[in-house]
Design a protein around this ligand. Structure first.
Ligand code: AP5
Length: 248
């Protein structure tokens, strides 16, 4: 599939170069974000990445860009995404194995939306072992299903840069326009209530067990995400503080 794996046009900051923060251990931040759809992985991932000066690799953003651009990867994955089903492991693992070998993630990274199955978690461990860059931690964000539905029904996203807003909790400064680049905001196809229900089912069946995979390896950190974004960020920093790489 060549370079069909995230590029300069990849939203969510994945195409930007890592600028190392001043923290001496910044390069050690290799973090996986886990949690149900809409819990706030993208929101928290961006905050953490901005503080640490490292890229966020969002599989959802990479796949949506591929669909939008009509690439071979996008054509193969579109129907799974629209239905709220997982894209097959083989495609995702190949995509992320290539992405994780790129130069801009050598200073650390945050993974948003990967791994999502135990098989993907094993594949990721293999890639990182080969690079001699093991994970620092896996952060599990938790909220109730009702709160997931509230967050997703009010979410608006920028189709160009991937930035997310919420009509009540995080509204854009200009109605329906991205603060960063002025693009018209969209309500994602898979945020319709019937698809959200299926995404929650898929999460419980396939993705929740990934937390167990990291718990067994002593890497899991759990945070109650049922609070405003800034409060969740503070809870997250407090929970991660035992890792030297996360000291501010
Ligand atoms: P993906 O894009 O990864 O979707 P997701 O995991 O369902 O996560 P979301 O992006 O929906 O939510 P989020 O947790 O990032 O929440 P956000 O910060 O936006 O994946 C989409 C699809 O791609 C999948 O269904 C699958 O088909 C495919 N795919 C992707 N990765 C795959 C993989 N590894 N394997 C196979 N298939 C894969 O926040 C949500 C809303 O809440 C926003 O409006 C935000 O403003 C608001 N908000 C955030 N935090 C708070 C807060 N603390 N309080 C109040 N509101 C908040």
């Amino acid at each position: 599939m060549g370079t069909d794996f995230g590029s300069a046009s990849e939203p969510g900051g994945s195409g930007r170069r890592a600028t190392r923060s001043l923290g001496p251990a910044a390069g050690d931040v290799r973090l996986v974000l886990l949690g149900p759809p809409g819990v706030g992985k993208g929101t928290q991932g961006r905050m953490l990445a901005d503080e640490k000066g490292i890229p966020v690799l969002s599989t959802g953003d990479i796949l949506r860009a591929a669909v939008r651009e009509g690439t071979p990867l996008g054509r193969r994955t579109q129907r799974f995404m629209r239905a709220g089903e997982l894209v097959p492991d083989g495609l995702i693992d190949e995509m992320m194995s290539a992405r994780l070998r790129q130069e801009d993630v050598r200073g650390g990274f945050i993974l948003d939306g990967y791994p999502r199955t135990r098989g993907q978690a094993e594949a990721l461990s293999g890639v990182l072992a080969g690079l001699d860059e093991p994970l620092t931690a896996a952060l599990l964000l938790e909220v109730s299903d009702d709160e997931v539905v509230r967050r997703l029904s009010g979410r608006r996203s920028c189709p160009a840069c991937g930035r997310v807003y919420h009509v009540e909790h995080q509204p854009p400064r200009n109605d329906q326009q991205c603060d960063a680049d002025g693009h018209a905001l969209i309500h994602r196809d898979d945020d319709r209530p019937e698809t959200v229900h299926n995404r929650l089912e898929v999460y419980r069946r396939d993705t929740a067990p990934v937390a167990g995979y990291y718990r067994e390896r002593g890497l899991l950190v759990t945070v109650d995400a049922g609070a405003p974004p800034d409060e969740v960020r503070e809870r997250t920093w407090a929970a991660l503080a035992r890792e030297p790489a996360f000291r501010r």
